[in-house]
Write a protein that binds this ligand. Structure first.
Ligand SMILES: *Cc1c(COP(=O)(O)O)cnc(C)c1O
Length: 377
């Protein structure tokens, strides 16, 4: 039996009866960009994240760039983020012209380390952009304390963690701005690109609405240097349907993670560490092993797709740094080490019990071949 890494067509099949009428209503409505479906979704996501305002944009990447622009982060400023994640936050920081400063991660959770952030704060630091990586919240309590102590803005990258909680509250409400992605593979995915910024500050919400639409508040008066970064009605209509299922999908991801956890305890793999009191929504289920490439190839030979998130830390990318010199002082060793060791197992709500067992059986078989090799040696 083949087990794909992800199966978005299965999700569509399960929702077809709800999605098609919603799509038809959106098409018949005659508003195709920033219409009533977007306005409804903005309210729903704001309510879901317990914030006052949602601002729909083109992508999660744009959500980050516009968030930094709304805070007026500009050349001369420094922004601290993690090098162990998807490229987007680092790109956004460079795009607004600020200096990108990396802080290392905690080796057990993969999340940005507040202690290392603290070491990299200077008089020019304006913001911290933690990523809630793999579906679990970053250590928000310590990060909020640092931001407060040094007068910095906290901007949450929630692209992988919609529905994850910290201290019982959903992520996105802890920073001045929270940034979400609706890229199709995310836990709440559109059928194309999409994103949203949430905030409880009215002035920031107003500025974001202008920035996403060419700096306009009154038609043809461009009061800010803006972007074309708007959310489409079709995507908003689809996302509103899917949002109703999100909690149930997150629960299913947690159940699958529990099966993996129970079955793989006692193997040579290091399993994901779920921080007590945080609700992990398992965007990815990431294990660690010295023999990552061997395990990945073994699973592949059995028709199981496992991927690496991420094989290269951002400061080690060929093209890096883009434009402005970035500050790489101090070690980023945990990020580099994780990049060499991680493997993401198939994880999505439609994964069947049989498929989960197939993955588990294959890993057990790999463990036996390892032990065999160790004995032969
Ligand atoms: C996917 C992702 C983004 C970017 O979202 P897009 O919608 O693809 O632009 C930003 N940050 C993280 C951590 C992501 O995983």
């Amino acid at each position: 039996m083949n087990v794909p890494f992800l199966n978005l067509a299965a999700q569509y099949q399960s929702l077809q009866a709800e999605l098609l009428p919603a799509v038809e209503r959106a098409l018949a409505g005659g508003h195709y960009i920033l219409g009533p479906n977007v306005a409804a979704l903005e309210q729903e996501i704001a309510a879901f994240t317990q914030t006052r305002f949602g601002i729909g944009v083109n992508s999660g990447s744009d959500a980050l760039t516009l968030a930094l622009r709304a805070l007026e982060i500009a050349p001369g400023d420094e922004v601290i983020t993690t090098p162990y994640t998807y490229i987007a936050p680092a790109e956004s920081i460079c795009q607004v012209g600020a200096r990108l400063v990396f802080a290392d991660i905690d080796a057990a959770t993969f999340q940005i380390s507040p202690a290392d952030v603290a070491r990299r704060i200077t008089s020019r630091t304006r913001a911290i952009v933690p990523v809630h990586l793999f579906g679990q919240a970053a250590p928000l309590g310590e990060l909020q304390a640092l931001a407060q102590k040094h007068g910095l803005a906290l901007v949450e990258d929630c692209a992988q963690a919609i529905g994850a909680t910290f201290a019982g509250q959903p992520v996105g409400q802890f920073g001045r701005l929270g940034c979400f992605s609706f890229y199709p593979t995310k836990n709440l995915g559109a059928d194309g690109d999409g994103g949203m910024v949430v905030t409880s500050e009215e002035a920031l919400a107003r500025k974001l609405r202008m920035l996403r639409s060419h700096g306009i508040e009154r038609r043809y008066y461009h009061d800010l240097h803006g972007y074309n970064s708007r959310l489409d009605e079709l995507h908003a209509a689809i996302l509103s349907v899917k949002l109703k299922h999100l909690d149930q999908w997150s629960d299913r991801r947690r159940t699958i993670a529990q099966h993996y956890d129970e079955a793989l305890t006692g193997t040579s793999l290091t399993l994901p560490s779920a921080v007590p009191g945080y609700r992990h929504v398992y965007h990815l289920y990431v294990v660690e092993t010295e023999e990552r490439d061997g395990l990945q190839a073994f699973l592949d030979s059995r028709g199981i797709t496992a991927l690496t998130h991420y094989p290269i830390a951002i400061h080690q990318q060929q093209g890096y740094p883009w434009g402005r010199p970035a500050r790489i002082s101090g070690s980023l060793e945990h990020s580099e080490r994780s990049a060499a060791r991680v493997l993401s197992l198939p994880m999505y709500p439609e994964l069947t019990q049989e498929e989960v067992l197939t993955v588990i059986e294959a890993i057990r078989a790999w463990e036996l071949t390892r032990k065999g090799k160790a004995q032969a040696a």
